[in-house]
Design a protein around this ligand. Structure first.
Ligand SMILES: [Zn+2]
Ligand SMILES: [Zn+2]
Length: 346
């Protein structure tokens, strides 16, 4: 007998409808999850604006990828999880077999399996995610707090890939939830961090979360403002770009100091390019690299940080709305009226 669930269904550009859809019983290895809370994400707002996601979502489709809840039913052969268990999962799982998985680089898996469907009452979690990235939720972690582990794990992975030396100065470009998570994690490593961005609310939060200084795009060019406040005006030893536009990437490239690194953390639209002063990059021995997504290991560390109270998910959240309000919430995100995450309750 198929069950029914209310779910947000993406039909096309700026066309999301809350509908009743059928949800199957969990198959072998799968879990049926009753979602308690989902979190909005900038990626969802992009998907809403474009009407699809090249890698993950072809309409009509359910979407949303940050959620936590309670197991409603477990399929045949599921070990370690039973109905009633509070859980949280990542939105993907690597294959474990490809060359990247075998060499410890699971975020680059050739066959990353994605799950979408956080904006619903019920959702099926695929077998591979159950096996690799479904975690029991400690009793002190609420569902909406646990749902933050997906983006937090991306930020952990992004910082793991940086070579950090004592006394490094850090600039984070981007004052959205991920920019702020990168700030918090870098501060935990004892680094001095400045944050550059547009959102005044985001920059206010950055100050409260320990940013040494903040600079706003409203006051002029980010690159020159950042250079002016860098140690000795020499630039920063680590620049993390968490927006992904040509302009902000070029600002990042312009404020890296001798021997410094630039991490292209923000997801760019297809076709985005940026010009690089190659001569400077060579003689300065700069490292330029990208980081993407998370791994089963960083997902686990993210949950540990939240459970231990070392990262407070509520710092990146700005309110709560019922599922039926999702189309309006997404619209407000595209209009930049909502910059932090919103809890969506089914
Ligand atoms: Zn996300
Ligand atoms: Zn793989």
């Amino acid at each position: 007998m198929a069950r029914k669930t209310m779910a947000a269904v993406l039909h096309g550009r700026e066309d999301v409808r809350i509908e009743e859809i059928a949800v199957d019983e969990p198959g072998p290895g799968e879990v049926l999850l009753r979602i308690e809370a989902a979190l909005t994400c900038g990626t969802d707002a992009k998907v809403f604006r474009r009407g699809y996601h090249a890698r993950m979502i072809v309409p009509p489709a359910v979407f949303g990828h940050e959620a936590a809840g309670v197991i409603e039913a477990a399929g045949e052969g599921v070990v370690g999880f039973a109905p009633g268990d509070p859980v949280v999962m990542a939105n993907s799982a690597p294959c474990g077999f490809c060359e990247y998985c075998q060499t410890g680089r699971a975020s680059l898996c050739e066959d990353l399996l994605f799950w979408n469907g956080a904006y619903a009452e019920l959702t099926i979690i695929p077998e591979r995610i159950v096996q690799k990235n479904l975690l029991h939720r400690p009793p002190n972690v609420q569902a909406h707090e646990a749902a933050l582990i997906e983006p937090l794990a991306c930020a952990i992975h992004g910082l793991d890939e940086c070579v950090i030396r004592k006394g490094d100065s850090v600039a984070v470009i981007g004052a959205g939830p991920l920019g702020l998570m990168l700030l918090v994690l870098a501060r935990k490593q004892g680094l001095s961090v400045v944050v550059a961005g547009r959102s005044l609310d985001g920059l206010e939060r950055a100050k409260a979360l320990g940013a040494h200084e903040v600079v706003s795009k409203r006051h002029g060019d980010l690159g020159s403002q950042l250079r002016a406040i860098s140690p000795g005006r020499q630039g920063f030893s680590l620049v993390i770009e968490a927006i992904g536009t040509s302009e902000t990437i070029e600002a990042a490239l312009s404020v890296v100091r001798k021997g410094g690194q630039i991490n292209l953390f923000g997801g760019s639209a297809a076709g985005t390019t940026a010009s690089l002063d190659v001569e400077r990059a060579h003689y300065q021995e700069n490292r330029l690299f990208g980081t993407f997504h998370h791994t089963p290991e960083t997902i686990r560390r993210a949950l540990e940080l939240v459970a231990a109270g070392a990262v407070n998910p509520n710092e990146f959240i700005e309110g709560e709305e019922p599922l039926r309000a999702l189309p309006r919430v997404l619209k407000e995100m595209t209009q930049r009226k909502r910059k932090m995450k919103t809890i969506i309750r089914p």
